[in-house]
Write a protein that binds this ligand. Structure first.
Ligand SMILES: [Fe+2]
Ligand SMILES: [Fe+2]
Length: 194
């Protein structure tokens, strides 16, 4: 059983891998598949954190947790606005690589803060309750299965509004995912089928 930090870090490494696949390739088809995979993973990862991780910071870490969560939400919002532009671009667009690099500039900084400051502080505050971090990892995994797979910055970052918007937009996203190209090794990019 993994902790919530381990689940989050695993996602971060996957995102980095998909990003590298896009920027290190000249093959538009390859770039489109991994660009779509990046969008899909980042949209779900962000909403998963907003539903499971940031509320837990507020619940278990007092005012420090509240400030941390608010700062993380505002960083997510900036990334989502860029992701919304990127997700509608074709990899043949000369600005395709530029746009994902712009996203990665903000995102890599945010990831670093989460891994170096936020997650260790959260784990420390969860310590007193056995298995809480592990059960949060399970919730995070489940949440990612039904949240939107595209960026919807207008939905906001605060639950429960995000939850409601997520449920409204998710089925539409998942239908559209069927017609999008993904890396060949992806078994099913459509979480709504699970
Ligand atoms: Fe985040
Ligand atoms: Fe994250």
């Amino acid at each position: 059983m993994s902790t919530i930090s381990e689940a989050i870090v695993k996602d971060h490494r996957e995102l980095e891998q998909y990003y590298n696949e896009v920027i290190n390739s000249n093959d538009h088809d390859h770039q489109q598949r991994f660009g779509n995979q990046f969008t899909w993973e980042l949209a779900r990862h962000s909403v998963g954190e907003e539903l499971v991780v940031y509320p837990a910071m507020e619940k278990h870490m007092g005012s420090k947790g509240h400030d941390m969560a608010e700062s993380d939400r505002s960083e997510h919002h900036k990334v989502k606005l860029l992701l919304k532009e990127f997700q509608n671009m074709k990899s043949s667009d000369p600005k395709y690589t530029y746009k994902i690099k712009e996203i990665w500039g903000l995102l890599s900084q945010h990831i670093k803060e989460e891994e170096q400051n936020d997650l260790p502080a959260l784990e420390e505050s969860l310590k007193a309750q056995p298995n809480l971090s592990e059960s949060m990892a399970t919730s995070f995994g489940r949440t990612k299965a039904f949240v939107p797979s595209r960026s919807h910055p207008s939905a906001g970052e605060h639950p429960p509004f995000e939850t409601v918007m997520g449920l409204l937009t998710a089925p539409v996203d998942h239908v559209a995912d069927i017609f999008r190209k993904f890396p060949n090794q992806t078994v099913s990019p459509n979480p709504s089928t699970k």
